[in-house]
Design a protein around this ligand. Structure first.
Ligand code: 5GP
Length: 120
């Protein structure tokens, strides 16, 4: 599968669609999910064109991978849901069985309340 440059997150990265930004640097963008499933529900995406985690790990540079992972901790610090506060959950859907809807790699970060069971 090829990367679709018209996916919704690519449009957000190009500034064609607005988002409620949490954090941004040269490698990543984090913003609130438009349809939050928990009190805090944000998305973290790399700026590079990667479909999912597998695609990312296969093609991204080590720097991109490190920056993407480190950004999780930066984002939860900003949101005040880090392990020093209440804690949080990170989830990524990959491919058909997961129900991935947007084909640009994204991590869901949930928090702000008791999260319940991992799998619904
Ligand atoms: P997936 O099912 O692909 O893992 O998750 C896609 C997520 O993107 C969903 O939680 C959905 O609410 C969110 N989403 C879809 N379109 C938009 C949008 O235009 N803006 C924002 N902020 N989130 C979106």
């Amino acid at each position: 599968m090829n990367y679709d440059k018209n996916n919704i997150f690519a449009k957000i990265l190009r500034g064609e669609i607005s988002c409620k930004k949490v954090y941004e640097n040269d490698y990543v963008l984090s913003f609130h999910d438009i349809n939050p499933l928990k009190k805090t529900h944000v998305l973290l995406i790399p700026k590079g064109e990667y479909i999912d985690l597998d695609d990312f790990h296969n093609k991204a540079s080590e720097r991109e991978i490190i920056e993407f992972n480190k950004a999780i901790t930066q984002v939860v610090k900003i949101l005040k849901i880090s392990n020093q506060e209440d804690g949080y959950r990170v989830l990524s859907n990959i491919g058909k069985n997961s129900g991935q809807e947007v084909s640009h790699l994204h991590l869901h970060i949930f928090g702000g309340e008791k999260l319940g069971r991992i799998v619904l």
